[in-house]
Design a protein around this ligand. Structure first.
Ligand code: PBG
Length: 327
């Protein structure tokens, strides 16, 4: 019967059971990390309008979210603090009574070692100008003065009980100074998830609302140019040399090539952060009836996993883990 195909890939697509059997990639709650916002002095959780379904938490509602995440078997929780007051050097970041340090202690008390407790190690949530570091008198971000602040912040987070810190400010040498500071204070077991290949992305838009950021201008003198893939790999290599335990690519969906190359090249755990704008795009399109929400969420996460990221930060972590459990 010449002319008819002997090889028929469609045979392995005939029904859901066969498709499930041959699926190369699947999602698991243990590889999902939930990013959360906690705001100082809040009495009720406060919705973030550009991220429907995501809230600025109170300390109390954060504890509940963390307990739920642990119960679902998530891999971790990444904490972001929104202080009541901000200043030029981001004092709240290093104050033991600052909102992020208190939240870390709260969450550790709630989940113990059942969930990896992570904290974003950066000053932008705490500075009145909204930049990730301290400024020179003429308004540029001062790399080395910022490193001193990061070292202190890393120690404050470790003293509060964090398992893993996530330096995300893209200052040169940030992983090395944080690692040294932690080791110097006896925190050898606190690990570093480095936001290594972090791009100056338009997709961070909704995050600004989430942390009440007052940033004017942009972060292009420290975050990477979206044009550059090889440079992202160099940043990762550098962070590994400085002592990073896990490296991250951020955003995720527009940078899956960088994820895949990092996985191939370095053989260390590679994380990817599906950021606020990626979340907002799918939610907004779904709210308009333009795409199927659940399918789009699943497909977006599967694509990140397929690219090779073994850890995914996503605002849908709790919802997706819940649905994975019921399937
Ligand atoms: C820096 C930080 C940002 C995000 C995570 N850590 C903002 C930025 O670098 O501009 C963005 C997360 C998101 O958009 O979901 N503290």
């Amino acid at each position: 019967m010449s002319g008819f195909p002997a090889v028929r890939p469609r045979r392995l697509r005939v029904n859901p059971a066969v498709r499930r059997l041959v699926g190369e990639t699947r999602l698991h709650p243990a590889e999902l990390v939930l990013p959360v916002f906690v705001r100082e002095g809040l009495s009720e959780p406060h919705p973030i309008s550009s991220m429907p379904g995501v809230y600025q938490h109170t300390r109390e509602s954060l504890r509940k979210a963390a307990a739920e995440a642990a119960g679902l078997g998530l891999g971790g929780i990444m904490l972001f603090g929104v202080p009541a007051g901000k200043d030029a050097v981001g004092s709240g970041a290093t104050d033991p009574q600052g909102i992020l340090n208190q939240a870390v202690a709260d969450v550790r008390a709630e989940v113990g070692d059942d969930l990896v407790v992570m904290a974003d190690l950066c000053l932008d949530e705490f500075t009145d100008h909204g930049h990730c570091g301290v400024l020179t008198p003429d308004g540029r971000v001062d790399n080395d003065a910022t490193l001193v602040r990061y070292a202190d912040m890393g120690v404050a987070l470790a003293e509060a009980g964090v398992h893993m810190v996530g330096p995300s400010g893209m200052m040169d040498g940030q992983v090395a100074v944080v690692r040294q500071a932690l080791d110097g204070k006896g925190f050898q077991d606190v690990s570093v998830l480095a936001y290594s290949a972090k791009y100056a992305s338009a997709f961070y838009g909704p995050f600004r609302e989430a942390v009440d950021s007052s940033l004017e201008g942009d972060r292009r003198t420290y975050q990477q140019d979206p044009a550059n893939g090889e440079e992202g790999l160099r940043e990762i290599e550098q962070d590994l040399a400085e002592g990073a335990d896990i490296v991250m690519v951020k955003p995720a969906m527009s940078y899956l090539d960088v994820v895949a190359r990092a996985v191939d090249r370095f053989g260390v755990p590679v994380a990817a952060y599906q950021i606020s704008g990626e979340y907002a795009m799918i939610e907004a399109a779904a709210a308009n009836g333009w795409i199927d929400r659940e399918r789009a969420i699943h497909e977006s996460l599967l694509s990140i996993r397929r690219a090779g990221a073994s850890i995914i930060l996503t605002y849908w972590a709790t919802e997706v883990a819940t649905s994975l459990r019921s399937h």
